[in-house]
Design a protein around this ligand. Sequence first.
Ligand code: GDP
Length: 493
Amino acid sequence: MLRFLTTFGDLWQLLVGARRFSRRGWEWANDLNDLSKVMTNDRPTIFALSSGRPPAAVAVVRICGPQAGRALEKLIGRVPPPRQAALARVREPASGEVIDEALALWFPSPRSETGENMAELQLHGGHAVVAAVLETLSAIEGCRLAEPGEFTRRAFANGRLDLTEVEGLADLIAAETPAQRRQAYRQLKGLIGDRAEAWRKQIIEALALVEARIDFADEADVPEDLVGPALHAAQQLRSMIAAALADGGRGERLREGIVVAIAGPPNAGKSTLLNRLARREAAIVSPYPGTTRDVIEVHLDLGGYPVTLLDTAGIRISDDPVEQEGVRRASTRAALADLVLWVIDGSAAGGAAGDIDENLFKSDVWLIRNKADLAVDRLGINCESASASWSKEFTLSASVGTGMEGLIEALAGYAHGYFSVTESALVTRARHRQALEETVAALDRALAQDTSGNEELIAEELRSAATTLGRLTGRVDVEDILDVIFRDFCIGK
Ligand code: GDP
């Protein structure tokens, strides 16, 4: 019969169907799947104001847990039909006094965001209304105020979201630009999580073949060459994961924004330019050289893409230790930036390009000739020595505003060019990158084994690769990273 089984998939089906391939592999795979399913009945019921700070037009209070239905009965005297908005009077249970009129929603387990019973009240968003409802809820036995991110943590614990989706949700809430929003939404919908899970399953399938070889080495109807197809599958997976990693880190960058450093000699107008770009007074503008002693950061949305703008201290040689530290930090940040705007005072007689730190030229550098409102006829002085290093040049007046449109347009074009190739980057966090790199390393170690006689070692490395992918989605052994991931959430999410 085995003669007719030509593909890896056929073999897998046979082995799964017969449930003979490997007791260890089978049990292990099932353990992983069960880890995220947690019993929910003995949990406290949590509640929180999930909408923004009052006063507001509407306030949303969410309740989640075994007492959610009882809480609704206490507050509005009934539990509305599932998933239908019901208009209801919210009363203080002891006195019967009406607190507010609200829309009430009921999402029974398991078809709710967290997988547990959930209730939602849409109230008028006044301080006193919200305070009275929260106070009433806290008086119900088994109910308490939720901790930051606790609703989402329950969704994770109940298998409604995997860890990458939780991170996507956090990013969606934090997204400041359309490109960040799109990336976060894709991650929330399982772009990396589903892929990692599919890869993990394929590794487990390959592992099962190797273990079948180990467990049934002596049996006649188990084919000799199970390890070959397993390693072939591992090789293909390795290539796919490596391709996902070869994205230049742009998914992570989209979360944080590309970094544009404004650098150049003191008093050239860097802070003025930053303020002009940010359209607010983010940096201190002063006529005295050396005022900006630290790195000031401003986040901008340029053409829909996130850009972090840095105003660096005037980069120059100084005896003042405080200013020296400012210069050191400025040089370090500027060296790591994607783009440097090197600003010079284009009007000064004998104005110079400044003492340029060679490190800056690892990034793209644009020359900004500032103060075009002064002595325009003297612009263009003294930059020839380094002119080969500028990829673009602008002449403008940061204080008056002339010439700014050209620079803003070029910056938006730069951000677009940087990100447009990364619309569907899989890896958006260092945590993902590390997990995928460890998976590739484990697969490499498996592939490096001589196929005959080293089945145990191959199985061990494949198991390690699957475990690392399991950590990425939160299927295995992730207690230590949960706090880090959930602490960024607000209360009520
Ligand atoms: P920084 O040390 O490079 O950050 O320079 P600042 O932004 O603090 O500016 C130094 C001085 O130059 C201030 O007095 C600014 O008002 C002035 N300045 C900046 N940009 C312009 C400009 O475009 N035209 C003129 N005339 N003055 C400017």
